[in-house]
Write a protein that binds this ligand. Structure first.
Ligand code: CP3
Length: 354
């Protein structure tokens, strides 16, 4: 395999010394970039873009052409797994994701199965292989999946939701069914991520976007427990290098200790937690990724730079920090503002790594 030319991201996740704080952005390939909108147009639809390895590779690399990012992230979506389970995913204009066959009954749960990552999901693995080849060792490639709880919210609700009435209804009234759904999904995620690693993903992130909507007890029973099952089943070394695992629960700031105890390598945190305090709480157990409020990118470059400086100062000296936004970049952000953000991280962080 080709040598990595820039391995800051992997080194920081493993708490090895770095020369500057590495940075990438959740949703870095996306609608805020005019070149993304052009390629998506060419593909036809968002899912057609995900299913075409050449075009998925093209959009993965677009932000790397513009910015000095320290990692690439596979262009795909977390909803590929339920789609492969036969739930009929479509992205309706202005509506977000919709499943034609949501999971509501006992029979629906019993019909779920673990998709073959080199079968129904082969297009994802093909994208990983194509991107790794095109990157040619420039920066590491991140693979990802949704957490079982987050996938379950879409599978049961059938779309995005404000109150999670249906998925929480199933959780409270039929915990047995919910556990079965989550277990099948956790097995699917484990095999999916291991296949991404075998295909060339050099780190993996689990997006638990909706774990933060749960009570502390339900978080542990219905979200964290299944992320633990995944962490336990993942390939942790490939091709002579460790493959770090990042857990990101949006709104999970109060559970960092429990998340760190899963044996993952790093925690993604959103902007509602102070990163310096988070560091004190998790100690040497895990690295931290985050955590600038994505809305700061609407402000002027000077203000963005100030915010980067504040977060770097809060984390303090030494390795173990991967800079990121606390959630995905918004679609109406000026591309130049993202550039100011990324440059500021590299320029202002060098002094913390002497
Ligand atoms: O970070 C990256 O650049 C990699 C690509 C990526 C996408 N989705 C592309 C995408 C990743 C990592 C995701 C994860 C994802 N998808 C999550 C978890 C992360 C998060 O944001 O909380 C979730 C909840 C989804 C489900 C999903 N996919 C939704 C709710 C939507 C619609 C949202 C919207 O902004 O319209 C998507 C579509 C989607 N996934 C887009 C992109 C670039 C926009 C689709 C388009 O081009 O119109």
């Amino acid at each position: 395999m080709t040598e990595l030319k820039n391995d800051r991201f992997l080194r920081a996740l493993l708490k090895q010394p770095v020369d500057a704080t590495p940075v990438w952005m959740m949703r870095q390939a996306g609608r805020y970039l005019p070149e993304y909108r052009a390629t998506r147009e060419k593909a036809g639809s968002f899912m057609d873009l995900c299913k075409n390895a050449e075009l998925a590779c093209e959009v993965t690399l677009q932000p790397l052409e513009r910015y000095s990012l320290d990692a690439a992230i596979l262009f795909s979506d977390i909803l590929t797994i339920p789609d492969a389970m036969g739930l009929g995913l479509r992205f309706a204009a202005g509506e977000g994701p919709v499943f034609d066959k949501p999971v509501r009954s006992e029979a629906d749960v019993n019909n779920l199965f673990v998709p073959d990552p080199e079968g129904e999901l082969k297009y994802v693995m093909n994208a990983v292989r194509t991107i790794r080849k095109a990157l040619d060792g420039r920066v590491p490639l991140i693979g990802f999946s949704g957490s079982p709880w987050t996938l379950a919210t879409y599978m049961v609700e059938g779309s995005g939701s404000k109150d999670y009435a249906k998925v929480k209804g199933m959780m409270f009234d039929r915990p047995d069914l919910m556990h079965k759904l989550l277990d099948t999904t956790a097995q699917s995620v484990t095999s999916y991520l291991n296949a991404q690693i075998a295909a060339g993903a050099q780190a993996v992130q689990i997006f638990d976007t909706w774990g933060g909507t749960l009570t502390p007890r339900d978080y542990k029973e219905f979200s964290l427990r299944y992320m633990q099952q995944i962490v336990d089943g993942l390939t942790r070394e490939n091709d002579g290098r460790k493959v770090p695992v990042i857990l990101f629960t949006k709104g999970g700031g109060q559970w960092l200790e429990a998340m760190a105890d899963t044996g993952c390598d790093a925690l993604g945190i959103d902007w509602t937690t102070d990163i310096g305090e988070a560091r004190k709480r998790v100690g040497d157990k895990v690295a931290l990724q985050g955590n600038m409020d994505p809305s700061i990118l609407y402000a002027q470059p000077e203000r963005i730079r100030e915010e980067v400086a504040t977060i770097l100062e809060s984390y303090g000296a030494g390795t173990g920090h991967v800079f990121n936004l606390g959630h995905g970049i918004h679609q109406h952000v000026e591309p130049e503002h993202a550039g100011a953000f990324i440059n500021s991280v590299h320029e202002l962080s060098a002094k913390y790594h002497k």
